[in-house]
Ligand binder design. Structure first.
Ligand code: RB5
Length: 146
């Protein structure tokens, strides 16, 4: 399963991405927000990230105005590796090399056509392991520092 969430700045793009997920037949859970009313992005980042860290979802997608606030909040959650991607190369390689488990995008940055290609690159790319696992282990060890 894929967890997806947004704030008001990402609502329109989230709805486009969801249409695309449905066309692809991807199983997803939408954690909101569901209206254009102003909300706080960390609340939605937490819902999606907890779905990933609990094992309910394999990966997540978070969309705010820029993707930046969502990624900052998401990367505070233990076990989350969130990446802001607005191009397909980054989306592919953040899976292959960083094993990113959350993709962040900005609804005020990228259009729906490219965003759906970014989602495809993210979903269709697999982690390569090997030397990249060693580096990720070092990144994740930072979570345990004082
Ligand atoms: C909301 O106006 C905006 O700050 C938010 O969507 C996001 O871009 C934050 O990083």
């Amino acid at each position: 399963m894929l967890a997806i969430g947004c704030d008001h700045g990402g609502l329109e793009l989230k709805n486009e991405v969801i249409k695309h997920l449905e066309e692809r037949g991807v199983e997803y859970k939408d954690f909101g927000t569901f209206t254009p009313d102003s909300v706080d992005y960390p609340d939605y980042a937490l819902k999606v990230c907890h779905s990933v860290t609990s094992g309910e979802s394999e990966r997540g997608i978070l969309i705010c105005g820029t993707g930046l606030g969502m990624s900052m909040a998401a990367n505070k959650v233990k076990g989350i590796r969130a990446a802001v991607c607005h191009d397909t190369f980054s989306a592919e390689f953040t899976r292959r090399h960083n094993d990113a488990n959350v993709l962040c995008m900005g609804g005020r940055v990228i259009g729906p056509g490219l965003a759906c290609k970014v989602v495809d690159a993210y979903l269709d790319s697999e982690f390569e392991g090997g030397r990249h696992q060693r580096r990720i282990d070092k990144v994740m060890a930072i979570e345990d520092e004082d």
